[in-house]
Design a protein around this ligand. Structure first.
Ligand SMILES: CC(=O)SCCNC(=O)CCNC(=O)[C@H](O)C(C)(C)COP(=O)(O)OP(=O)(O)OC[C@H]1O[C@@H](n2cnc3c(N)ncnc32)[C@H](O)[C@@H]1OP(=O)(O)O
Length: 431
């Protein structure tokens, strides 16, 4: 069998992440995807014709450009001969984009590929109920004013009111935040712990911003109407204190829930992208790749019972099949959908009962040292543009490996549908 081709991360970048309804209100997913692709091309100085494939993740599609990867790639100057596709896998959509690009390179179908993701929650298309959609469909065939009267017959005006989509699990109807609340309760993660974690992530994100560490991955971005140059995430709350967090009411399970606006990831707009290459080709082109993408896997659990617990299943399997243990992992980048979800995952990894009953192992997977976890902030503080978070995690993990002089990083995330992902990344030292 031919030796497997190594796939490396040459570099990654992202727009600043912005709370929905703020700086990117004028933008569509196509706009931000085009901006980030152009930014990546410039940053890496790769010739657009040397890119063999483009794949991007997104969750809430704009129907006019449902293959946003293709349309944004064309607009970014990537030749029309370069194929592109868009994937969706809820909050791990750009993780899926990265692994799709990785497989495209591994299989020899490309030497260099761009993967990324985009989400503009500010541009969520309003939805009509099925009954109204049926009537509107029929109306396409109406010609006379008399026929148009039929549009409303038997319908009330409220049937035509557009509804904002909810962030809920389709199969159960449960909101993500409700599920996070149940998960936290099931693992005995209290409100105080969640608020402390929220304060930690905001504090670390502010520090990483001020020290310029996050600037290394952020693409300064200017958009209409005022074209102010945006260089930082506006999701970070520098005014956060435990006292303020403690006063916030439950956001989902009322009145007794523990998940609040303060310990949840906010609704966010943003885009991210990475350049992946076959290792030898990258070196031959004069690049010093940042990290090797060693291995990855996806898991899926019951969305009713364990919607956001995927990392607790994915990480042990990934470590085991690579002969590693948690103590070998210098950098952990875990998606923070909610503070309570991260803390529940960490508790699951340290739990003997979880190991025995859920993983079929004699011993717990292990305790994760907190200083290794999301040291530059996470989705609660940096925001979570659904389709773009995965590529942020991978880029940050590679940068942290360099900065912290580590060898292995694990990137892991949960997603709607009970899905989970974990990826093993190895820093490429000077050899
Ligand atoms: C796999 C996955 O990723 S699943 C996750 C998918 N994502 C989600 O489900 C999104 C979850 N988040 C949300 O839905 C929303 O952010 C919500 C519902 C939690 C909160 O939304 P909003 O109420 O619009 O949040 P908003 O930012 O206005 O905050 C509400 C209040 O809390 C305050 N607040 C929020 N965060 C903080 C903080 N860190 N410190 C202090 N106060 C805070 C705000 O100032 C605001 O106060 P005000 O009412 O006095 O102005």
């Amino acid at each position: 069998m031919a030796e497997q081709r190594n796939v490396v991360l040459v570099d990654g970048t992202r727009t600043p992440f912005m709370r929905s309804g703020t700086a990117y209100l004028s933008q569509t997913s196509y706009d931000l995807a085009r901006i980030v692709l152009r930014g990546l091309l410039e940053r890496t100085a790769i010739l657009p014709e040397d890119v063999g494939y483009v794949v991007m993740g997104t969750v809430i599609q704009n129907l006019r450009t449902s293959n946003v990867a293709r349309d944004a790639a064309l607009a970014a100057g990537i030749p029309n001969s370069v194929p592109a596709h868009t994937v969706t896998m809820a909050c791990i959509s750009s993780n899926q984009a990265i692994t799709s690009a990785l497989e495209t390179i591994r299989s020899g179908n490309a030497t260099a590929a761009i993967a990324g993701g985009v989400e503009v929650m500010s541009d969520t298309p309003p939805q009509f109920e099925k009954k109204a959609r049926e009537r509107l469909f029929e109306a396409q065939g109406f010609k006379s004013p008399l026929e148009f009267r039929r549009l409303l017959s038997g319908m009330s005006p409220s049937d035509f009111l557009p509804r904002a989509p909810t962030i809920s699990e389709y199969s159960t109807g449960e909101l993500m935040g409700e599920s996070a609340d149940r998960l936290a309760a099931a693992f005995g993660v209290g409100r105080k712990e969640q608020d402390e974690y929220a304060l930690r992530t905001h504090t670390l994100a502010a520090k990483a911003t001020d020290s310029g560490r996050l600037a290394a991955e952020i693409l300064p971005t200017a958009v209409p109407p005022d074209f102010e140059l945006l260089t930082e995430d506006n999701t970070i709350r520098r005014d956060t204190t435990l006292e303020k967090l403690a006063k916030l009411p439950p956001a989902f399970v009322k009145p007794l829930g523990t998940v609040t606006a303060g310990n949840s990831s906010p609704l966010t707009d943003g885009a991210s992208a990475v350049l992946l290459m076959e290792e030898e080709a990258a070196r031959a082109s004069g690049y010093e790749p940042k990290a090797r993408l060693v291995d990855y896997l996806y898991v899926a659990q019951d969305p009713g019972e364990e919607l956001l617990l995927g990392p607790a299943y994915a990480v042990p399997r990934l470590l085991e099949r690579n002969g590693l243990s948690l103590s070998d992992i210098d950098v952990v980048e875990i998606h923070e959908a909610f503070a309570g979800q991260v803390l529940a995952v960490l508790k699951a990894l340290g739990s003997e009962r979880f190991a025995r009953e859920r993983l079929g192992r004699e011993r717990p997977v292990g305790e994760v040292e907190m200083e290794r976890v999301n040291a530059w902030g996470g989705s609660v503080s940096l925001g979570h543009p659904f389709g773009a978070t995965g590529a942020r995690l991978v880029t940050t993990a590679a940068h942290r490996l360099e900065e912290e002089d580590g060898r292995f990083a694990v990137v892991t995330a949960c997603a709607a549908g009970g899905l989970g992902h974990a990826m093993l990344i190895e820093r490429i030292g000077e050899d």
